[in-house]
Write a protein that binds this ligand. Structure first.
Ligand code: ADP
Ligand code: MG
Length: 278
């Protein structure tokens, strides 16, 4: 076939399809809280590694540390004790969030122990539950994904995170599965939907620290899928010492051991998150 000299006219829909810029550039960030009021279930580990895996997929990612323990901040190699400004200032002194962002593997809005005082400082403030939502609004067009690491409680910091979020990912440790804890979390979310953010819901339950050798882990996952069905991610995060070592090196397991099982699982999780979001 010989090439034609003039291109055929495009129909209006074809023309608009070609003109459309990448969707990531046009829509506000999808905001996800990583939450479970239980400690030690891999909230922080999952925030770090899901952030890095989404970044690897070409997404612009901001990870927000909303836990006074500052584990997310430290996991990205930032020393919380040397911070001039942190999430405390964002929530309590209305510091623009961009001023506490550090550029690491992903952008990190850093926290330090003084964040522990934010709940008290905000307690009597008007609009106290919407403080984070407002702070994030200023940067929502700058990112595709904003992941919020939350403390192990359902207090005001976590409520701020839920109010600011489109969805919640709940990491659960299969070894010590607490269905009652998940029911309590869902009750809190119901309250948030009724009063503060009608949209927010659990967008995924993530089985973590799965030891394939034990029957118990399998039973726990069965129990989860029986009770929660499709919102349980197909990805399971297995126990891996590399996942615990990576933060000591100041980054994700994707940079520490790119071809290891930990990196692979968090990549698989990122793919599930991206496909659910489409
Ligand atoms: N898949 C895993 N395999 C082994 N250790 C893990 C795994 N995920 C997390 N850990 C470790 O378990 C501990 C608790 O994880 P963390 O992410 O800090 O939980 P949370 O933020 O919910 O308190 C940390 O020491 C972390 O390095
Ligand atoms: Mg944590």
């Amino acid at each position: 076939m010989t090439p034609t000299a003039t291109a055929p006219a495009l129909s209006p829909s074809e023309a608009s399809a070609r003109l459309r810029v990448a969707p990531s550039a046009a829509r506000p960030a999808h905001v996800i809280s990583m939450a479970n009021q239980k400690g030690g279930v891999a909230k922080t580990t999952s925030t770090v590694n899901l952030s890095a895996a989404l970044k690897e997929q070409g997404k612009r990612v901001l990870a927000v540390d909303l836990d006074p323990q500052s584990n997310l901040t430290m996991s990205f190699g930032i020393n919380p004790e040397t911070l001039e400004k942190s999430m405390f200032d964002v929530l309590v002194h209305r510091e623009p969030i961009a001023n506490v962002v550090h550029q690491r593997e992903v952008d990190v809005a850093a926290a330090s122990i003084d964040l522990a005082g934010a709940e008290l400082a905000l307690a009597s403030a008007i609009g106290r539950e919407r403080t984070l939502e407002k702070a994030i609004a200023a940067v929502r067009m700058d990112y595709d994904y904003i992941l919020i690491d939350t403390p192990p409680s359902l207090g005001l910091l976590t409520i701020n995170a839920f109010t600011a979020s489109n969805g919640v990912i709940v990491p659960v440790q299969c070894e010590y599965l607490s269905l009652r804890g998940l029911v309590q979390l869902e009750t809190t979310l119901q309250m948030i939907r009724e009063n503060l953010n009608g949209e927010v819901r659990i967008e995924g339950i993530l089985p973590t620290m799965v030891d394939k050798r034990t029957v118990h882990a399998r039973e726990a996952i069965d129990l989860l899928t029986e009770n929660f069905g499709d919102i349980v991610f197909k990805t399971r995060i297995r126990k891996s010492v590399k996942l615990a070592e990576a933060p000591v090196r100041g980054g994700s397991v994707l940079s520490y051991q790119p071809d290891g099982p930990g990196a692979m699982s968090y990549r698989a999780l990122a793919e599930e998150v991206l496909s659910r979001d489409e």
